[in-house]
Design a protein around this ligand. Structure first.
Ligand code: ADP
Ligand code: MG
Length: 235
């Protein structure tokens, strides 16, 4: 297919080449994702996208694909990370409620993801690369993207990584982030039936990995403090 398009922008992407294009013939914006690594990743991602779309879970719709690219519907420019940092810096509204409300939607989205993929694969698939740029927000609705790294596992791994990322977006380990994490833990345990012990354990594991990547494995006093705080939540 020969496409008439204009390149509008390139998204921040760690693993691939992801661009916003304007499809001139059809008069619409599309996102083009070019897979730079393995063909395997594209296969995994497109099959998950199709299964979820079929079951009305909010994901981009694939419009067209070829060898190493997919063209999908453009969702929005607002990632969960943008929203999260915006809320943290906001002084007016009820910050805690605003962010917990949106997180509830993220975890409800994940419940659907777990259920649908489980039905298809016969095993628990988790999101795994659960960084806040892999969720988009449009009209107060959460969309999930980026399923290349999905693997088998327990949902506490996703929950734990989610909390560890939450804590370490810059500025890291602020009082607000620590308070919100405590609320997220209670939310996951009480409303979404996560196992508290393994959730706390996964948060610590991921914090250690992040600590290792960023500061060469020497637990900073801030990280030590947060680990001891997490230990106290277990009791
Ligand atoms: N369908 C889409 N609509 C809007 N933005 C998107 C869409 N798909 C990807 N993006 C943007 O591109 C970024 C990278 O895409 P992603 O699929 O996460 O690739 P990577 O594997 O490189 O992380 C996302 O964080 C998001 O900002
Ligand atoms: Mg991504």
């Amino acid at each position: 297919m020969k496409m008439n398009y204009e390149l509008m922008k390139t998204f921040k992407s760690r693993k691939n080449k992801v661009e916003l294009i304007y499809d001139i013939d059809n008069g619409m914006k599309l996102v083009r994702k070019e897979y730079l690594n393995l063909e395997h990743c594209k296969k995994k991602e497109t099959s998950i996208l199709r299964i979820l779309e079929k079951h009305n879970v909010k994901v981009p719709r694939i419009i067209y694909e070829n060898n190493n690219m997919i063209y999908m519907t453009y969702i929005s420019d607002v990632t969960l990370l943008d929203y999260f940092l915006l809320i943290e810096n906001d002084i007016v509204i009820d910050k805690d409620k605003a962010i917990i409300d949106i997180f509830k939607k993220v975890f409800s989205w994940l419940e659907q993801y777990y259920q649908i993929t489980f039905e298809y694969m016969g095993r628990r698939l988790i999101f795994y690369d659960i960084n806040f740029r892999n969720f988009l927000i449009k009209d107060d609705i959460i969309y999930g993207i980026d399923f290349e790294d999905s693997i088998s596992g327990s949902k506490e791994i996703d929950g734990g990584r989610f909390c560890a990322y939450l804590l370490t977006y810059k500025p890291i380990l602020t009082e607000w982030k620590i308070n919100i994490t405590a609320k997220v833990i209670d939310l996951l345990v009480d409303d979404f039936k996560y196992d508290r012990k393994s959730l706390l354990n996964e948060i610590k594991k991921e914090l250690d990995k992040i600590n290792f990547r960023r500061w060469d494995g020497h637990r900073t006093s801030k990280v030590k403090y947060i680990i001891s705080l997490l230990d106290s939540y277990a009791e």
